[in-house]
Design a protein around this ligand. Structure first.
Ligand code: SAM
Length: 262
């Protein structure tokens, strides 16, 4: 495909993965099966698309940039490949078959809404593999006790097992971004370890706690829950009253939230 004239658009987060070995490493890490259907977010100039195409039963590549989508449609005319010119965030996923694998080197500025959309369609998606900013990937996978752990970690891990598979140097891209990236996998859980009785309440509670992460959990949540009730429930769950929001595991938050559902 002749993309030499294509001017990369900063506003679309266009940093193309030009390192061939890294492209191959990414595709191998996805361990795609011949009977799987892949949805690729932001195929760009087709670096990953080209390598995935011969491996799977179907490939739907969703690219927002009109000129790149047209070039891809010209190159990929195989019946198992569909190039869709669309904004992934607005694209209708309801007609997808179940069990698709999502792959994407996604624009950093919309990483969170993309992940929210993937999780909202978790019934259709078996696994997702994403290239994200390194710091963002560490936050997705962080567990209780560390500085990277926060409401995003809890939200994503409620629905999926998250792993940072490897780091990707910024030198692998053109144009080079200022920061390094990493490759993460999200494997959807068929159900959470313990289900929240009210998911919205759970995530509100977690969000409230982490907006005041330097306080103790009691001070962070006493206005929301009421100090006495909060202390009773924390003690009942065996949680130290001096704990800070980052000391509570996702399971702690789920149990706490469940006891507070009226
Ligand atoms: N996959 C290519 C690669 O690895 O070289 C390109 C990656 S580049 C970081 C991100 C790609 O996502 C660009 O091609 C950009 O045009 C596309 N993109 C940006 N916003 C998008 C959106 N909302 N929906 C779909 N594609 C989008």
């Amino acid at each position: 495909m002749n993309t030499s004239y294509h001017r990369s658009q900063k506003s679309l987060g266009q940093n193309f993965l030009v390192d061939g070995r890294m492209q191959q490493r990414i595709v191998e890490a996805c361990a795609l099966q011949a009977d799987e259907v892949v949805v690729e977010i932001g195929p760009g100039k087709g670096a990953i698309t080209r390598r995935i195409c011969p491996l799977v039963k179907g490939l739907i590549a969703v690219e927002k940039d009109r000129s790149l989508a047209a070039l891809l449609a010209h190159e990929f005319q195989q019946p198992q490949v569909k190039i869709v010119q669309a904004d992934f965030l607005k694209w209708d996923m309801s007609l997808l078959p179940e069990g698709v694998v999502v792959v994407g080197n996604i624009p950093y500025y919309i990483s969170t809404p993309i992940i929210e959309k993937i999780l909202a369609h978790k019934d259709k998606i078996r696994r997702a593999f994403l290239t994200v900013q390194l710091e963002f990937g560490l936050r997705l996978a962080a567990t209780a006790g560390g500085k990277d752990y926060g409401s995003l970690s809890c939200f994503v891990q409620y629905y999926a097992d998250v792993q940072v598979l490897f780091k990707i140097s910024r030198h692998c891209f053109n144009p080079q971004p200022k920061v390094n990236s990493c490759f993460v996998s999200l494997t959807m859980k068929s159900k959470p370890e313990v289900a929240a009785r009210d998911e919205r309440q759970l995530f509100n509670l977690i969000q409230k706690a982490f907006t005041q992460r330097r306080k103790t959990i009691v001070n962070a949540l006493k206005k929301t829950v009421g100090q006495e009730r909060l202390m009773d429930e924390l003690q009942r769950l065996g949680i130290d009253l001096q704990s800070r929001p980052e000391d509570l595991t996702l399971l702690n938050y789920i149990k706490l939230s469940n006891t507070l559902v009226v």
